[in-house]
Design a protein around this ligand. Structure first.
Ligand SMILES: *Cc1c(COP(=O)(O)O)cnc(C)c1O
Length: 498
């Protein structure tokens, strides 16, 4: 009698089932082959170890299992996305894209071992991130620096070290919520720090801080309004004034500047963001900022400032819990290295390059994309239009940047449905909706992505990477919302090369 495993179909046989054909067309070929091998191995293993005879699954049953496996793997991590929202630092889309140098540095340390925490002279255990921290000092003028996981972590650490069991004075207008559950008053509670609110929502003066200083006061915290603006009848104390008060009253002055601009943001047309070196120069004892905002690097939180406080923070048990890994360290160091030559930074740090892109360039690209989109079935009309992009963090106007984009009037589906379709494509394309039109803002779209944006409107863009098993049963499984696909667009859509 033939061994039961003999009737197991081959990988090639499985690839010709309708379900897997759909996957081969839309996903990567080797992904499907790998999945098929894994599922077949699993079946072989089960049949081999089974005490009684197990039925061999049919090819279509196996194909479904393989498809389910690919889908499960597919959903494990984030998918590449094109950011046509006009929000440069879109937290949902991962904030700042990394510089090539940062990516290469990460690859170098990720593939093997590295000198993460070792002293090369003695061979003994060394300090993690020492060189990176020196670089931060060099670039910001700070005495000392410490890098942790994100700015929220840096705030947590700073408040715990400086003011645990005591009070911190904060202006009523600066008690921020950043989203993703960051709410300053709650964070302070978590640190065991008392909050002493001063002033009013719109106006807080130096005198308000002065009047609030008492025996319990440990620090003054200034927080940059990065995702909202208080406009109109407003007043707030400048960091220089707060530093003077802090010196007089023996308080630690903490400046949470948020975005971590190393160069003058005004030189990019962003006038509402503070630069880190300015706050250090003003004398803040601790300056807190993110690595993945205007700095344009990986997610990280930086504490810069007086050695006394940084050393205390470094020795605190929380510092160990909040420390960064080798990939972040390598990526951040490579990004910072670029800042040694501001011209180099402006060219090679994607976020800065986006801020620097001339309007004429964006307009030209918008016109070209609009023209190509008009040829798509799903597009009724596409026009290049002037738009306003934002640096990000929130949707309230403040730091708006002139930009160009494409306004798309969809044919026979709503702008919302089209937006969903684009978001579920591969790469995912994120847009914004204005009335019944879809707006593609080009300020945060890499020039190399323009062709993919156009392709995303093609008949096959919906769920290209994750065809569901039910859909796959039909002849043209992914065209439910769209029109029949010309076979050539299948080919161009299947591989992603950048
Ligand atoms: C973004 C931001 C934070 C939080 O930064 P993460 O790095 O996301 O933790 C804190 N404070 C301000 C002012 C911010 O802008």
């Amino acid at each position: 009698m033939a061994h039961p495993l003999r009737s197991l179909p081959s990988v090639n046989e499985l690839l010709s089932t309708p379900v897997l054909k759909a996957w081969v067309d839309r996903a990567n070929h080797s992904t499907v082959v790998n999945a098929a091998r894994r599922v077949l191995d699993e079946v072989r293993r089960q049949v081999t170890v089974a005490k009684r005879e197990l039925p061999i699954p049919s090819p279509s049953e196996l194909a479904e299992r393989i498809a389910a496996w690919i889908e499960a793997v597919d959903r494990r991590g984030p998918c590449p996305a094109i950011n046509a929202t006009g929000v440069l630092l879109h937290t949902g889309l991962g904030r700042a894209p990394w510089a090539r140098a940062a990516i290469e540095a990460v690859e170098q340390v990720a593939q093997g071992y590295c000198t993460l925490e070792v002293d090369r002279e003695s061979g003994e255990r060394g300090a993690r991130g020492e060189a990176l921290e020196r670089l931060f000092c060099e670039l910001t003028g700070a005495e000392a620096a410490l890098v942790v996981n994100n700015a929220a972590a840096a705030t947590l650490l700073a408040l715990t070290v400086v003011a645990s069991g005591r009070e911190v004075i904060v202006s009523r207008g600066e008690l921020v919520e950043i989203g993703g559950s960051y709410r300053l008053p709650e964070l302070m509670t978590a640190c065991g720090t008392g909050l002493r609110e001063v002033g009013t929502t719109n106006r807080t003066r130096l005198a308000d801080y002065e009047a609030a200083v008492g025996p319990q006061t440990a620090a003054i915290l200034k927080v940059h309004c990065s995702n909202y603006r208080v406009v109109g009848f407003t007043e707030s104390a400048r960091i220089e004034e707060l530093v003077k008060l802090g010196r007089r009253a023996g308080l630690c002055v903490i400046d949470d500047v948020g975005s971590g601009a190393m160069l003058d943001p005004a030189s990019f047309g962003v006038t509402s963001e503070p630069a880190v070196p300015r706050s250090i120069a003003a004398g803040a004892d601790l300056v807190i900022f993110s690595g993945d905002k205007l700095l344009g690097g990986p997610q990280a939180g930086v504490l810069c400032g007086a050695r006394k406080w940084i050393d205390l923070a470094r020795r605190h048990p929380l510092a160990r819990a909040l420390r960064i890994d080798k990939a972040t360290l390598a990526g951040l160091a490579a990004t910072l290295e670029l800042y040694r030559d501001p011209q180099l930074a402006r060219v090679h740090i994607p976020l800065l390059a986006m801020l620097d892109t001339p309007l004429a360039n964006l307009r030209w690209r918008a016109q070209s994309i609009a023209e190509q989109l008009e040829a798509q079935q799903v597009v009724e009309k596409a026009d290049a239009i002037e738009t306003e992009a934002t640096v990000g963090g929130g949707s309230v106007p403040g730091a708006t940047l002139p930009s160009w984009g494409v306004a798309v009037m969809p044919r026979s589906i709503s702008a919302e449905s089209l937006a969903v379709r684009l978001r579920k494509g591969d790469p995912a394309v994120f847009t914004r909706i204005q009335g019944n039109r879809l707006i593609l803002d080009l300020r945060a779209v890499f020039p190399g992505e323009d062709a993919k944006v156009v392709e995303a409107f093609g008949p096959l863009s919906e769920s290209r990477n994750t065809p569901s098993v039910e859909n796959s049963k039909s002849d043209s499984p992914l065209d439910s919302l769209t029109n029949p696909a010309p076979s050539d667009s299948r080919e161009s859509a299947s591989e992603d090369s950048e």
